[in-house]
Ligand binder design. Structure first.
Ligand code: HEM
Length: 281
């Protein structure tokens, strides 16, 4: 593989540079997907609510939506979902190195916003799942439940280390907090990529409790967390073999995420968006 040209001759790319490129490409693909996800939330949840047509949203959701919920739970449902659009933009700002170095105050305030919304998303999600009963099945909800717990744990760690100015630890925990907060988003990517690659369900069920549903519900955050740890390790390692090995593994993660963004946009967000647009027109 070659990337740079010195005196007109192509130079082989170094393992370190390729590793950094894969990490950046993964972040770019995730952020692109998040922008589509944010637009989907605005179009499918926010807009119908603003024009007093909440019923339209319920009709396009795979579950019951808020149809059988009390007013409190219905309001909480929207309070759970709508901030995800804000978090997509807020997360983008936190990840941009130019914002971190040139606007440290923005990074600090935006970080507090992201963490506060993340905590509220995790706690309201746990409530909706286990108290309001918004779940397809008990076993199928285990993955997202651990996800909710990890969001709280990593946000607490990232926040604490920022206050104590332990910035190396803060960066590491903030990356895991970001991955955990995006677990719900990644689950949709992983599931739709799986459907696309298998040309339909394979180990999945209507109650989202098939073996692949359960595997993907845990993998949606544990796999990127593992890859992030491997990337940190490879960045520190002096061994080229380690760097190339981790790069290869991370490349597979990048390709799967890329497929997931396309699959979720085509098979999940797009059709729901079209259904809402048709119902409102
Ligand atoms: C901060 C992290 C989280 C964010 C940003 C978030 C965001 C969202 C969004 C955008 C939806 C709508 C999805 C769609 O229309 O496809 C949703 C649905 C839902 N979320 Fe979360 N969520 C988070 C964490 C959680 C957690 C930890 C749980 C449970 C433990 C949870 C439980 C639910 C439930 C029950 C629904 C409705 C049913 C469904 O669409 O699956 N969420 N969430």
């Amino acid at each position: 593989m070659s990337s740079s040209s010195v005196n007109g001759r192509l130079q082989p790319i170094s393992a370190q540079n390729y590793l950094a490129w894969v990490a950046k490409a993964w972040v770019a693909v995730v952020l692109f997907g998040q922008m589509i996800f944010a637009l989907y939330i605005v179009a499918v949840y926010v807009f119908p609510t603003l024009v007093g047509q909440t019923g339209v949203t319920h009709e396009v959701l795979p579950g019951t939506g808020t149809k059988n919920l009390s007013t409190f739970d219905g309001v909480l449902f929207f309070a759970h979902i709508v901030p995800a659009a804000v978090m997509a933009v807020s997360g983008l700002l936190q990840l941009l190195p130019s914002v971190r170095s040139n606007y440290p105050k923005l990074h600090r305030y935006n970080g507090r916003l992201f963490f506060t919304l993340g905590l509220s998303g995790a706690l309201s999600g746990l409530y909706l799942t286990w108290v309001s009963g918004l779940r397809f099945s008990d076993i199928g909800s285990m993955g997202v439940t651990l996800n909710g717990i990890l969001i709280v744990v990593f946000i607490a760690l990232a926040w604490r280390t920022a206050i104590k100015r332990k910035f190396a630890d803060h960066r590491r925990f903030a990356v895991h907090a970001y991955i955990a907060v995006n677990g719900v988003f990644s689950f949709r990517l992983y599931l739709m990529a799986w459907y696309l690659l298998n040309q339909g369900p394979n180990g999945n069920s209507r109650l989202v409790d098939g073996p692949m549903d359960i595997t993907l519900s845990f993998a949606s955050y544990l796999l990127p967390m593992l890859i992030a740890e491997l990337v940190f390790w490879a960045q520190r390692s002096k061994q080229q073999r380690v760097k190339w090995g981790v790069s290869a593994f991370a490349t597979i993660g990048l390709i799967y995420t890329f497929i997931g963004v396309g699959a979720a946009a085509m098979m999940m967000w797009g059709p729901r968006f079209q259904a809402v647009a048709a119902a409102l027109s």
